[in-house]
Design a protein around this ligand. Structure first.
Ligand code: ATP
Ligand code: MG
Length: 257
C-alpha cells in the first residue's frame, strides 16, 4: 500500500505544528507504522527535535528540492523516534528564490516522494509558518492537511486564509487535497475561553475537528532540547499519551481517505 501523505500546516507561527509533526511521527512509529517525517522549515526544528543535528547535514530537503539529491539519499534515521527524517536547515531559505525559474516548482516534492511512497505507511510534512512556495510544495504533495491550532480568540480568523489556500491548491494543483482535520493543541480545559472556542470550532467544522485533544504539557516542550520526541521522552506524560491517541485516530481516519 502507498503511504498516506499529510502536511502539518498553519501559517500562524508557534501554534504547535512541529510538536505535532514530531510526536505524531513518534506516536505512529510506536504503533508499528513506517513513518517518514519531512522537515520543510528552514528553522530545522523538526530535524533537531528528532535527534538529527541540522548543522551536520550532507544532504537535506534543500538538495532534494533543487534536484541535487533524492529522498533515498537524504533520509536520516531518528534513533530516538523510530522513524526516518528528511532534514532541513537554513540552506532551505534559499530554495524559495532558486526555485522561481523551475518548471513545476510547486510539485518537486511530490515527484520526489512518489519514489518512496511504497516504503512507508505515513509521510508527514512539517510546514513553515507561511503560505510560501515551500508550503505549496507540501500542499501539492499531500493527500490532506492536519491543522494544529490553539483555541484562542483569533484562531478562527486565521483559519480562513489557510482554508482558501488549500482550496486554491485543490483547484489548480492537487485535486486530492483536503483538510483532514483541526487538532486542538496546548489545550487548557480550565480556561473558559478555550472551552468556548473549542465549541465554536465543532459548530463550524463538525467532524473535521479531531476527537483527540492535545493538552498543554511541559514534558512536550522540554523534549526537543534532548533531541527526543515527547512521546518517547516521557511515555507516561499526558502529552505523550494524547499524541499516541492521535496516532490511533489517524490510523482509523485514513481508512476512509
Ligand atoms: P513555528 O511556526 O515557528 O514553526 P510551530 O507551529 O511549529 O512554530 P512549535 O514549535 O511546535 O510550533 O511550538 C511552539 C512552542 O510551544 C514550542 O516551544 C513548543 O515546545 C511549545 N508547545 C507546543 N505544543 C505544546 C504543548 N502541547 N504543551 C506545551 N508546550 C507546547
Ligand atoms: Mg515549526
Amino acid at each position: 500500500m502507498m503511504a498516506k501523505i499529510f502536511c502539518i500546516a498553519n501559517q500562524k507561527g508557534g501554534v504547535g505544528k512541529t510538536t505535532t509533526a514530531i510526536n505524531l511521527a513518534a506516536g505512529l512509529a510506536a504503533l508499528k507504522q513506517r513513518v517518514l517525517l519531512v522537515d520543510l522549515d528552514p528553522q530545522g526544528n523538526a530535524t533537531m527535535g528528532s535527534g538529527v543535528d541540522k548543522h551536520q547535514l550532507d544532504h537535506s530537503v534543500y538538495q532534494v528540492l533543487i534536484g541535487h539529491s533524492s529522498i533515498e539519499k537524504s533520509k536520516y534515521p531518528s534513533k530516538s523516534g523510530g522513524y526516518d527524517v528528511i532534514p532541513a536547515n537554513r540552506n532551505l531559505a534559499g530554495a524559495e528564490i532558486e526555485l522561481v525559474d523551475f518548471k513545476n516548482r510547486e510539485s518537486i516534492l511530490r515527484d520526489a516522494l512518489q519514489k518512496v511512497a511504497d516504503d512507508y505507511d505515513f509521510i508527514l510534512i512539517d510546514c513553515p509558518p507561511a503560505l510560501s512556495l515551500l508550503t505549496l510544495n507540501g500542499l501539492c504533495a499531500a493527500n490532506g492537511v492536519i491543522v494544529p491550532m490553539q483555541c484562542e480568540y483569533f484562531a478562527l480568523e486565521g483559519l480562513s486564509d489557510l482554508v482558501n489556500s488549500i482550496k486554491q491548491v485543490h483547484a489548480n494543483l492537487n485535486p486530492d487535497l483536503k483538510v483532514i482535520g483541526l487538532l486542538r493543541v496546548m489545550f487548557d480545559p480550565r480556561t473558559v475561553l478555550q472551552q468556548q472556542v473549542s465549541e465554536q470550532l465543532i459548530q463550524h467544522f463538525g467532524d473535521k475537528v479531531f476527537k483527540t485533544i492535545i493538552p498543554r504539557n511541559v514534558r512536550l516542550a522540554e523534549a526537543p532540547s534532548y533531541g527526543i520526541p515527547g512521546v518517547v521522552y516521557d511515555k507516561s506524560s499526558r502529552g505523550a499519551k494524547a499524541y499516541v491517541e492521535f496516532g490511533l485516530e489517524m490510523i482509523e481516519r485514513i481508512k476512509s481517505i
